[in-house]
Design a protein around this ligand. Structure first.
Ligand SMILES: Cc1ccc(-n2nc(C(C)(C)C)cc2NC(=O)NCCN2CCOCC2)cc1
Length: 402
């Protein structure tokens, strides 16, 4: 991406008083509150996400996130528009794209409609367009020398009405990048459980030389879930050895669908750090009749369909044999109707509910009440109930620019 564009994005960075807060829309983020906001200084009908970083100043994680997002600029990757520092509240806020939807909530909508006997299917064109845009975003991230490592439906955002309608934005709300105590298990950070359902088998077997293939496994898991509305490798949360990458139940969930990999399927499996544990704890014969095709057939998906054929290229146990994002984007599946579109809703009405308001809690995670001072006492009390719900104003903002 040309430096000019990057500078442009930051040089004229907006200031906090340029925004009208619309309440705490996205809820308590992984490490801070997230507000939906609109600009009031210029005519601009776009919505923005103001992600409050809950720490005094720039933590290592915040530095990592801002430096990464300043470098990565692609239509299908969350866009960091600015960094705003509030002196009085000593708060750092990231100004980002605001995405009205995410795949987690969209899949839940379809799953619920099926359960309520009023099934609303996700259009084939929508599924294909979402998959294609995820692959385009991931190809860009991988070509930039970055691994996502925590791709899952909650990290796949989709823009609502506006100039970017129906565009996929890959984000990372989670913990895979947070600077954390290395002694803490990856499955838990700040007492919040990190899901393993989308984690590649080589990671579960302790592979330290993992590659971009780990993200392609996650793409396969997401694609399967778009087809069936069910997580393909779900399993209950387990307690395992401190800081161990090995998760018995998650591996069992994979083998129940895929079968147990033969030596010929995955030659390097015996080189995995946790291979001995695997041999001790699993009997391959217990999975001998399990295949991905049989699983999809049980889910009422045509086992001979091109979708299943493509899914089989993503969900390959051996990471060296798994399809890459470049190869995936050239697959025949995208050469036939319905063709992938830039607006995954392809102009149709969007059936999903908008994000609910979350009561914006002014106490921080330690329960300490935080006082928001107004930008100018005369105009605003520090919290007013407007048509968008509670609106909070911050004080003494400045914008960090390059
Ligand atoms: C420590 C650290 C944490 C996250 C990231 N990270 N990495 C990404 C890639 C480029 C890999 C998709 C995105 C983000 N951060 C966010 O998505 N942040 C935005 C999340 N927002 C989106 C808008 O709504 C509130 C949450 C990097 C480093």
């Amino acid at each position: 991406m040309d430096d000019g564009f990057k500078t442009e994005t930051f040089l004229r960075g907006p200031k906090l008083e340029d925004f009208e807060y619309l309440g705490c829309k996205v809820g308590q983020g992984t490490y801070g509150q997230v507000y939906k906001a609109r600009r009031k200084d210029i005519p601009d009908d776009r919505s923005y996400a103001l992600k409050e970083i809950e720490s005094q100043g720039f933590s290592l994680s915040t530095c990592r996130e801002t430096s990464l997002l300043r470098e990565l600029k692609h239509p299908n990757v969350i866009n960091l528009l600015g960094v705003i520092l509030c002196h009085t509240d000593r708060k750092v806020l990231l100004l980002l794209d605001y995405a009205e939807y995410d795949l987690c909530q969209m899949i839940k909508f379809h799953k619920t409609s099926k359960k309520d006997k009023k099934p609303v299917k996700m259009a084939k064109g929508t599924i294909k367009s979402i998959l294609y845009q995820i692959l385009e975003g991931i190809q860009y991230i991988h070509s930039s020398g970055v691994l996502h490592r925590d791709l899952k439906p909650a990290n796949i955002l989709i823009m609502g009405e506006g100039i970017q309608r129906g565009r996929v934005k890959i984000a990372d709300f989670g913990f895979s990048r947070l600077f954390r105590n290395p002694l803490k298990p990856l499955t838990e950070v700040d007492n919040v459980v990190v899901t393993l359902w989308y984690r590649a088998p080589e990671l579960l077997l302790g592979d330290k030389h993992y590659t971009t293939a780990i993200d392609m496994w996650s793409v396969g898991c997401i694609f399967a879930e778009l087809l069936t509305y069910e997580p393909i490798f779900s399993c209950r949360q387990e307690n395992n050895r401190e800081n161990s990458p090995y998760h018995h139940d998650q591996l069992d969930s994979i083998f129940r669908v895929m079968g147990f990999p033969l030596e010929t399927d995955w030659e390097d499996m015996k080189e995995m750090p946790e291979y001995i544990t695997l041999q001790e704890e699993f009997k391959p014969c217990n999975y001998s009749n399990n295949t991905l095709v049989k699983y999809m057939e049980k889910q009422n998906i045509n086992p001979t369909s091109k979708d299943v054929a493509f899914l089989q290229k993503l969900l390959v146990m051996d990471p060296n044999k798994r399809i890459t994002s470049e190869q995936a984007l050239k697959d025949a599946i995208f050469q036939k109707e319905p063709f992938p579109t830039g607006d995954v809703f392809s102009g149709l009405e969007i059936p999903y509910p908008e994000r609910k308001f979350v009561e914006s809690d002014t106490s921080d995670r330690r329960g300490k009440k935080r006082k928001y001072s107004t930008t100018s006492g005369a105009q605003q009390s520090d919290q007013t109930q407007g048509q968008y719900g509670k609106q909070i104003r911050m004080s003494n903002p400045t914008t960090l620019s390059e």
